[in-house]
Design a protein around this ligand. Structure first.
Ligand SMILES: *Cc1c(COP(=O)(O)O)cnc(C)c1O
Length: 246
């Protein structure tokens, strides 16, 4: 797919994605209201994000603090819930809190500690998702599945952090079926975490342009979609290589 600039085309694609979500929910007897759509807007300029927001969307996610900052003025008149979905470094924690109301990529205690320190000073809580590396690839961020229980326990000592769910990217492969075990693993970990009694409810942020139907079938409560709405990114795939791009 090419880069989509035309507002009417963005809206057409947005409708197609909403319909895909709707149909996927019907297929597995889920209420479509249970699945939120997050616009994954990395590299997408504010004018194009605006088109989707004015068409009724309310939630966007960025992978870089700098993009959140750069696009903020161009979106200032709109009501948008902004999540951070990229790899977070300690030295960016202060800045990310100026723009995002949820960090979906929490995967290290050091970051939790830094967030807690800043949030205590600001006197406010923050929603977070624990990012899990469900594909066992060295290059991906996220906590290892085996470490999630320890991590969840550690997070309990940070009063300002409200764990809302688990997030994963999963195994990206030319064969989309290879994604399924990642999605299933995230669901299993969610269920096991609920059994510990640490949490009473946890969402599942999983599913992207190519696999949102599969993710919804596996229980996703939020799908994060970029390409299927905005077209290809200027720098395709950079997100899977974030370390090199920070
Ligand atoms: C880019 C990105 C997405 C969306 O991917 P698409 O394939 O463009 O829909 C979802 N989640 C994260 C963390 C991303 O970086």
């Amino acid at each position: 797919m090419h880069i989509i600039n035309e507002p009417s085309t963005i809206i057409t694609h947005l409708h197609t994605v909403k319909e895909r979500i709707h149909q996927a929910c019907l297929q597995c007897n889920r209420d479509p209201q249970e699945v939120r759509l997050l616009l994954a807007t990395k590299t997408v300029p504010a004018e194009r994000i605006r088109v989707a927001i004015e068409a009724g969307e309310t939630l966007m996610g960025e992978n870089k603090v700098q993009e959140l900052r750069d696009k903020a003025p161009g979106l200032a008149d709109l009501t948008i819930e902004k999540h951070f979905i990229g790899h977070l470094q300690s030295n960016k924690v202060k800045d990310v809190l100026k723009y995002a109301t949820c960090i979906q990529s929490l995967d290290r205690v050091e970051i939790a500690r830094e967030l807690e320190k800043r949030l205590q000073a600001m006197g406010k809580p923050l929603d977070v998702y624990i990012q899990v590396n469900t594909s066992a690839e060295e290059s991906k961020f996220g906590i290892a599945p085996a470490d999630i229980f320890t991590f969840a326990k550690q997070l309990q000592s940070f009063d300002t952090l409200r764990v809302k769910g688990l997030m994963t990217i999963g195994l990206l492969d030319a064969d989309p079926l290879k994604m399924k075990p990642s999605l299933r693993l995230l669901r299993r970990l969610r269920n096991e975490l609920l059994q510990t009694g640490i949490y009473t409810a946890l969402g599942l942020s999983m599913g992207m342009s190519g696999d949102l139907e599969m993710a919804i079938a596996e229980g996703a409560t939020m799908v994060r979609v970029g390409t299927a709405i905005f077209g290809n990114r200027v720098v395709p795939g950079y997100v899977w290589n974030e370390q090199a791009n920070q």
